[in-house]
Design a protein around this ligand. Sequence first.
Ligand code: 5GP
Length: 147
Amino acid sequence: MSLHAQTAAYDPDNIFAKILRGELPCEKVYEDAHCLAFMDIMPRSDGHVLVIPKSPARNMIDIDAQALAAMMAGVQKVARAVHSGMEADGLTIQQFSEPAGGQVVFHLHFHVIPRWNGMPMRSHTGTMENRDLLADYAGRIKAALGH
Ligand code: 5GP
């Protein structure tokens, strides 16, 4: 018997799977054997990054525990670089699973969102960011990663 309720099957044609295969562009900040990190195009704050596993997982419910553990080192590495590169006061890390949890794109991802004292986050999937600004923030984060 399954320990959790079934979710829908992983869809290999979701947007992030296409980014992973290089079929769609992204503003990449970090990559290793287990994860890819790139700028969110509708950021909740300046420097908002998404970290996704390279393995096909819909969300937190179906991902293999070892694949999850393997990508989390990347999440922390990116989080530290977002914090220092964006000169943030803190971070909000978010993960949404299934529509009821607020998930819109069905390939697991962690939101790494820099935060500044007294500054509220913008709305989720609100406004498309200017591409040059995304590239500028990515440059700051990559510099903090030593790239
Ligand atoms: P969630 O599934 O966690 O609710 O949100 C999906 C996130 O992906 C949103 O923050 C949204 O702005 C972002 N997003 C949606 N489509 C794209 C895309 O094509 N490229 C990038 N870089 N981000 C996207």
